[in-house]
Design a protein around this ligand. Structure first.
Ligand SMILES: [Zn+2]
Ligand SMILES: [Zn+2]
Length: 258
């Protein structure tokens, strides 16, 4: 009887060991950040399952060389003066990407910022392939971002463009500086006409001199201006204008979606 129970203990021990080995050998199942299904993740860094990863609407073919759009673009043709040299975006802003951003921006799911950070590296490569590698010396860059108003900051608790800039900065090992600030609060952009928006945006952004004085801007060739979504390009253009008025560096735009 005693011998039997001893062998029982051994059998249990062996099974437990096999179980441990199985979990070590078999890939870990985790929750996909997009569809919430528990499965083996395609990319651990992005925490997306296979089908969600396959789905990402990457921008690969750039048709508008100014804003990086994958289709023909009237906004850039209509614009009188463009202050950024060019802008590139990682993904098309379709319904699923809208949902992803909404979960991050309005429902505060901050894990999504690392997914977006990974995607931004793709946008940077689009920029880098065409522009930054043209000269033999790599350009010395700094990342900055479109600021939000104090009111918006209080509502949301964070600036998504800033967080995206910092995620990208970490991955590229580039410094991130808050060079811009908002001079006044602007109403929600989406309810306004194009001309109203452009009028509103004049004088909204200014350089934060307390930050700008701290860095040696003469040693910087490029300022990469980051925003979450590029819509018409007017926000990007106004921010770039202010940067160009204050610094001699070239300004490139980079957004997550377009
Ligand atoms: Zn998924
Ligand atoms: Zn364009």
């Amino acid at each position: 009887m005693r011998r039997k129970s001893k062998s029982g203990i051994w059998i249990r021990k062996v099974w437990r060991a096999i179980g441990t080995m199985k979990t070590v050998i078999s890939p870990l199942k985790e929750e996909c950040l997009l569809c919430k299904k528990i499965s083996v993740l395609q990319s651990r860094q992005m925490a997306l399952c296979n089908s969600c990863y396959e789905y990402i609407p990457w921008i690969r073919d750039v048709h508008c060389l100014t804003c990086g759009r994958s289709v023909r673009c009237a906004d850039c043709q209509r614009r009188q003066l463009t202050y950024f040299s060019k802008s590139r975006s990682a993904v098309k802003y379709d319904d699923r990407m809208k949902e992803l951003l909404a979960r991050y921006k309005y429902r505060g799911d901050e894990r999504i910022k690392s997914v977006i950070g990974c995607m931004l590296v793709h946008a940077y490569h689009l920029l880098y392939m065409e522009e930054l590698s043209e000269k033999s010396n790599p350009k010395r860059g700094i990342i900055t971002f479109v600021p939000v108003s104090k009111l918006r900051m209080q509502e949301r608790g964070f600036n998504q463009a800033e967080q995206m800039a910092r995620e990208l900065g970490l991955r590229l090992r580039l410094p991130v500086q808050a060079l811009l600030q908002r001079a006044k609060h602007t109403d929600k952009q989406s309810f306004k006409s194009r001309n109203e928006r452009l009028d509103d945006l004049e004088h909204v952004f200014e350089v934060d001199l307390s930050v700008a004085y701290q860095i040696d801007l003469k040693s910087i060739d490029v300022i990469i201006l980051l925003d979450d979504v590029y819509t018409t390009g007017s926000t990007m253009n106004q921010c770039a204008k202010v940067l160009r008025e204050n610094f001699s560096a070239e300004v490139y735009g980079l957004t997550w979606a377009r």
